[in-house]
Design a protein around this ligand. Sequence first.
Ligand code: SF4
Ligand code: SF4
Ligand code: FES
Length: 547
Amino acid sequence: MPSFKLDDREIPFEKGDTIIKAAWRLGIEIPHYCWHPGLSVAANCRMCLVEIEPPPGGRAMMLDILKWDPAKNDYVPDRKPKLQPSCQVQATDGMVVRSDTSAPAKEARAHVQEFLLVNHPVDCPICDQAGECKLQDYWMSEQRTFKRMRDEPVHKPKAVPFGDTIVYDAERCIACTRCIRVCDEVVGDHMLDLRERGNKNEVVLAQGRKLEGDYTLMTEHVCPVGALTSSHFRFKARVWTLAENPSVCPGCATGCTMWLDVDPREARAYRNRPRDNPAVNGFWMCDDGMMTYLRAHEARVQRARVGRDTREEVAVTVAVERAAEQLKKAPKGKVAVLLGAQFSTEDNLVMAELAKALDAPLYLTAKAPWRDDKILRHADQNPNRAGARSVAGIAKVGSVQDLLQAVSAGQVQALVGLGADADVEGAALSPLSRVGDVVLLLSHDGPLARFATVTLPAAAWAEAPGSFVNAKGVVQGFLRALPPKGEARPAWELAAMLGRALGQELAYRKFKDVRAALLARAPAAHPDHKPEAPAAAAGEAKAPAGA
Ligand code: SF4
Ligand code: SF4
Ligand code: FES
């Protein structure tokens, strides 16, 4: 593999890599604003300037300059190497590049930094980006000098709505054009533009447009400063109080890899952010997926209840006993089990084992299809249909519609189900009212919930470790980010409790027991399962997140 030297460190690179990209693959950051690994090169901020040594026998490119001489109190002629933007210059074999070890490069960055801050309001105390702002980071690492300009800074529009989801502050904008390129290159819709020059530069809506569609929040995500803020996160939290948790979007069968940011002090989720994964979502997420953090709190089932009409609140153990009593009374061969496409593979595994022990046919609760696109959104709104099916082995897994037919035909008289989702609603579900015993393990409310004779509160995906298998068969594990709400417990635990109350051998006491069983029964659905990764993707996966 060809390589070059960056600050005396050997950097291997792939054909076509720029200097900054090859360094980024190894987790080395060359300061930058406008460059983003998922976007085209704009090379407009000049923050990534580096010194490139001439090849052996070559001549260094030098510039004649005037340099301030404090002793003479005047400018004096001098020379300096011509610095080059590392985001634009392609790496070549044997090249010698100096970044942090080049005094001219360090000096240039300090000047770029000072220049960017000349008219900046520096309103960090009220800025949502504070704590993860590149201007703050690079002031610390590259500048560390106070503002010299004493004039009134140029004022520009503030708090400009760019649509329903994004608010723009032109005074904080450094005109890097990342947001414009996200619209142009990721979405393919030119919704944003840049107008004017110099200190009048600002981002505006393209004529007759507003920022709309399914990927508006990616403009805020790529903004390296606090110029674009999302209306749902604006002024809600300080980022240094948030803990990031590796998670997976539960919004659709693409299963975008993401961070779920929560405030542990109030056990509250505040936002999702894409986590770079070339095998799944690259650097991006859709707007609906970005809002799924709300599902950790909204429409949650938090307590055990018994009685279809009375819905009496009881302890979980009491509800499990009541459920077992009901199911024991059900006619033999007339119990069905519903797996859940919204639940982890681990939850489904224990449900599938319960079904096996009860010799019950399998069906699947799942949300109805939604609007897909050619970018990320999958028509299947369920993150784990493939995982749920994988634990069923060779058993047939019917849909809720199949279940309704079986109920109408008198084949099902009792149900144990994971989730309340269905792709039919209202009167179409009425045959279920004929099923006398319906035990549902629910994290959220849904169309099936009203038929439950016993409701067991299950942890949401954010509240328990687990894994999903996406539509392409990629398995991704996620961690617990929040404590379970109310009396909720992981669904696999509830299923095992129910199995034991029914006299079955479901000996799962710890999550690791379920994971071990998953490895034994459906190894391809286990998070440690590694499909052959393409070479390029494997290289990119090492790169740091959030350029
Ligand atoms: S709004 Fe942000 S992303 Fe867009 S040009 Fe300004 S600084 Fe760059
Ligand atoms: S495409 Fe699907 S998985 Fe990805 S962010 Fe959107 S809803 Fe979530
Ligand atoms: S990162 Fe902006 S010029 Fe290279």
